[in-house]
Design a protein around this ligand. Structure first.
Ligand code: NAI
Ligand code: MG
Length: 498
């Protein structure tokens, strides 16, 4: 099977084409209210299109379509479902350049360093979960020789998926691919800031999926996300976003007694021991802080504890490395660092930098240079900032900034670094940099996080369990186990043959 939709490499044209549309029951349709809201290019502040302003009426239509489609979908053999989901991966792969350009336009992430990477791994999630379809197996239970006792995995029904704007395509894929393979239908609510690339991805997948199986709405959280969570026919909600909104979602789900998966924020520590390879650790800090994504990552290594023996060397090298990065037009191939996604995030980030500047004892090192191009004069660009020696109890050191701001702390005792690393409400990711195996082994067990790495800082990928402890969330994503646990329920069947 091949896609009948030709790639559109001009993201401006594509944004206009998708304006005012949602995908419901296999069709691109306007919202019931007829209302739209502007989608803005963060690099110029120019409006690039209008997103459908979905609300409760659209949620009702999408869920009704999903309920209908799910009944038939669940009857198909799991391997057939898996094959179609894997086929979605193939189609998305063939369209990855246009998807990368579109997500660049709406989020301000740089095309070369970020969006192409995201669009490249997008298809992996569909290929990976599609291939796991035969693993939707049950067990036989040695209960009584005269009875056949077994378990089967059944789909939940309709899954509501609420996604953020920072890595919208991949985070959507990690939810909808396993949900669909497991036999569920899905209604996605995209983030206000990034509605188009995910809509385009769903439109492309629609060329192979049955109508109504995958629906995507756009709109405001309280008006479109909240009724999706509250809808009586939605049997499971999977959410990625802020702790604050995650709690609202959880409370509504509690009232309905339905399961939720929550992937929330982080304030992830990075510990650099005195014996670490400083150059590798500096490269790991640049990657871990996601400076190329303006630091807009839930796993950002935003609290960096550096042993006093190597601290000054580490800071100087880190600054030099970030200074060498080019901030500019996200669509430009030369650009390493793009713009902050929205005015709200921009103001929030600048406020934390200002607090850093006013904090006693702290030194704020601003890196790289704002773009000189007058076309980008109104763009939401922020110089990456290193808040060196920032007090550990200050707001920038404790709260999730979700911007290009790293807090650096000096330590001399390993115990102190471990305790400080764990002294946070969050627990998403952590890294330690050392040549000493004993220290590394001790740290990986003691660091309170869902994803711990030694001497490297890789990003999430299919088959690696992903998700936090403490306030960073509930439940894991990206693995076979997550598909079984979060998108099926286990039914016990006993057949008495006596
Ligand atoms: P948010 O959590 O408010 O938004 C995430 C998604 O939830 C969006 O689709 C939004 O429309 C939806 N939403 C909002 N209110 C809702 C409600 N009452 N019911 C159902 N859905 C609702 O995050 P936002 O406002 O984009 O960013 C605020 C902060 O959250 C950021 O500064 C960052 O610290 C954190 N964040 C963390 C992310 C992560 O990957 N863990 C992703 C995005 C933001
Ligand atoms: Mg919000």
């Amino acid at each position: 099977m091949s896609s009948t939709i030709e790639p559109v490499l001009d993201p401006f044209a594509l944004a206009r084409t998708l304006s005012g549309k949602q995908l419901i029951d296999g069709q691109l349709v306007a919202p019931r209210s007829g209302r739209t809201f502007d989608v803005v290019n963060p690099a110029t502040q120019e409006t690039v299109g209008q997103a459908a302003w979905g609300d409760e009426a659209d949620v009702a239509a999408a869920v009704a379509a999903a309920v209908k489609a799910q009944r038939e979908w669940a009857k198909r053999p799991a391997r057939e479902r898996g094959k179609l989901v894997a086929e979605c991966g193939r189609i998305l792969d063939a369209h990855k350049e246009e998807i990368a350009r579109l997500v660049t336009l709406e989020t301000g992430k740089a095309l070369r360093t970020e969006s192409r990477v995201e669009a490249g791994v997008l298809s992996d999630a569909f290929t990976f979960f599609g291939g796991l379809a035969p693993e939707l197996k049950g067990e036989t239970v040695p209960f009584n020789p005269a009875m056949l006792t077994m378990t089967v995995r059944e789909p939940i029904g309709v899954v509501g998926a609420i996604i953020p704007w920072n890595v919208p395509l991949l985070l959507m894929a990690l939810k909808i691919a396993p949900a669909m393979v497991a036999g569920n239908a899905v209604v996605v609510k995209s983030a206000e800031e990034a509605p188009f690339a995910v809509l385009r991805a769903c439109q492309l997948m629609q060329t192979v999926l049955p109508p109504g199986l995958l629906n995507i709405l756009s709109g405001m959280g309280p008006e479109c996300g909240a009724p999706l969570v509250a809808h009586p026919k939605v049997g499971k909600v999977t959410f990625t976003g802020s702790v604050e909104t995650g709690k609202i979602v959880y409370k509504t789900a509690a009232d309905k007694l339905i399961p939720v998966t929550l992937e929330l924020g982080g304030k992830s520590p990075m510990i650099v021991m005195g014996d670490a390879d400083v150059d590798k650790a500096v490269a790991g800090a640049v990657a871990g802080m996601r400076f190329t994504r303006q630091g807009q990552s839930c796993t950002a290594s935003s609290r960096i504890f550096v042993h006093a023996d190597v601290h000054d060397d580490f800071v100087a090298k880190l600054k030099a490395k970030v200074d060498a990065m080019v901030m500019g037009d996200p669509l430009d191939e030369a650009t390493d660092i793009g713009a902050i996604v929205s005015r709200q995030q921009y103001d929030k980030v600048l406020n934390y930098i200002r607090i850093g500047e006013e904090s006693p004892g702290a030194t704020v090192l601003k890196c790289s240079a704002l773009p000189a191009d007058p076309k980008l004069g109104k763009g939401l660009f922020v110089q990456p900032a290193l808040l060196v020696d920032i007090p550990r109890d200050s707001a920038p050191a404790r709260e999730e900034i979700f911007g290009p701001v790293a807090c650096l702390f000096r330590f001399t005792e390993y115990e102190d670094a471990i305790q400080a690393a764990n002294d946070t409400e969050y627990g998403l990711a952590a890294t330690i940099w050392t040549r000493d195996l004993k220290t590394a082994m001790d740290a990986v067990h003691r660091l309170e996080a869902g994803f711990v790495q030694v001497n490297q800082n890789l990003v999430v990928q299919p088959n690696l369990s992903y998700g936090g402890v403490k306030a960073s969330g509930l439940g894991k994503e990206a693995t076979l186990e997550s598909m079984l646990e979060h998108f099926t329920h286990k039914k016990t069947i006993i057949i008495n043959m006596g």
